[in-house]
Design a protein around this ligand. Structure first.
Ligand SMILES: [Zn+2]
Length: 353
């Protein structure tokens, strides 16, 4: 037994198992292999607290031999035959039951395997365009379409992984399972960490990168880099089509907000901003991204801060009004009056807003 590497397996398991970004409700599993022995997380064991001595030991050669066997075509019979063979593949004296995904772990020749179901990964594996995007941003990965778990899944993965090897000459270290999760494989836990960091970084830049992209475009169109993105369930539910709540909100945030969709094209955004300015006579200070959040803008840091706080107040007023029969903004006449009211614009000028 290689205690040092088993301790590294424990460390890796506890690290990812204890992080809700990777593992929820005891899901996921890990393994280590050396010579003919596979150490895999036991069924029902928690990754967050597993110890080096808790892993179930199996003969890899016995697991490999299972692929030569012919199992029943009847699903129930087949899965119980497979389970019986998996139990029989354990080292003598082993009493624990290995993870149902043991066969998958054994498919990888790499020493360490981490299998998890992170929401960032599953955003892609459960996305309509997930397969195409995976091929684009992870060209060295293998994708397996959704199928029944257990033996069938392992068998499809086995064929896909050997196809990859035949095509590229190397072993895949990244396997995406549609509607399920991901397998990472490497010969050291450091390499697993590097792979995980790379994958999560790329996925997060797809998931969160739009804010930088859209915000940057808006800043260029509005001519100011003083920008902030704010979001909350209240902002996502906020309906900007209603008129302003009080004169102060108009003075600092203007009477109208620009509303756009997250995936607006650069061209459509440009004309939306131009139309807004020509319709209203000013640039938007608040740009609502429908159902998501909002960008707030200022000509300097101080104005940005004021616009942000007053906008957040508007959202609060809007959601608080629910407890008083629902939101009722100012009348159109009153809004027009405030917009044109010299005193108010003077007040804004004096206070630097
Ligand atoms: Zn799984």
């Amino acid at each position: 037994m290689n205690m040092k590497e088993l301790e590294m397996l424990q460390e890796m398991s506890n690290l990812y198992g204890g992080n809700p970004e990777y593992v929820l409700a005891g899901g996921g599993n890990t393994s280590y292999k050396t010579g003919d022995t596979l150490y895999v997380k036991g069924s029902g064991t928690s990754l967050a607290t597993i110890k080096a001595g808790d892993f179930v030991r199996l003969y890899r050669s016995k697991l490999d031999a299972m692929w030569q066997k012919k199992y029943s075509d009847d699903e129930k019979t087949r899965e119980s035959e497979v389970l019986a063979d998996m139990m029989a593949a354990r080292l003598e004296g082993e009493t624990r039951r290995p993870s149902v995904e043991t066969l998958l772990h054994n498919l990888f020749p790499q020493k360490f395997v981490l299998h998890v179901h992170p929401a960032a990964v599953n955003g892609m594996t459960c996305g309509k365009n997930g397969k195409e995007i995976a091929a684009k941003i992870f060209p060295d990965s293998v994708w397996v379409d959704a199928c029944k778990p257990g033996y069938i899944l392992a068998d499809i993965c086995r064929r896909m992984l050997s196809e990859y090897k035949a095509k590229t000459g190397s072993d895949a270290d990244l396997l995406f399972l549609q509607n399920h999760g991901v397998f990472f494989a490497a010969d050291s836990t450091e390499d697993i960490d590097a792979l995980v960091t790379d994958v999560m970084g790329k996925l997060n830049s797809v998931i969160y990168g739009w804010k930088e992209y859209l915000g940057g475009q808006l800043s260029a169109l509005l001519g100011t880099g003083h920008r902030e993105y704010v979001s909350s369930p209240e902002i996502a539910a906020f309906d900007p089509s209603f008129r302003s709540p009080t004169p102060d909100h108009i003075v600092y945030c203007k009477a109208k907000y620009l509303v756009i969709d997250m995936n607006i094209t650069a061209e459509a955004l440009k004309s939306a901003v131009e139309n807004f300015a020509s319709d209203n006579g000013y640039n938007p200070r608040v740009v609502i991204v429908r159902g998501r959040g909002a960008f707030v803008f200022g000509t300097d840091a101080k104005q940005l801060d004021t616009v942000k706080n007053v906008f957040l107040d508007h959202v609060k007023v809007y959601s608080n009004s629910e407890f008083f029969g629902g939101y009722s903004g100012m009348s159109e006449e009153l809004v027009d009056f405030i917009v044109n009211w010299e005193v108010e614009s003077y007040r804004a000028k004096v206070s630097g807003n």
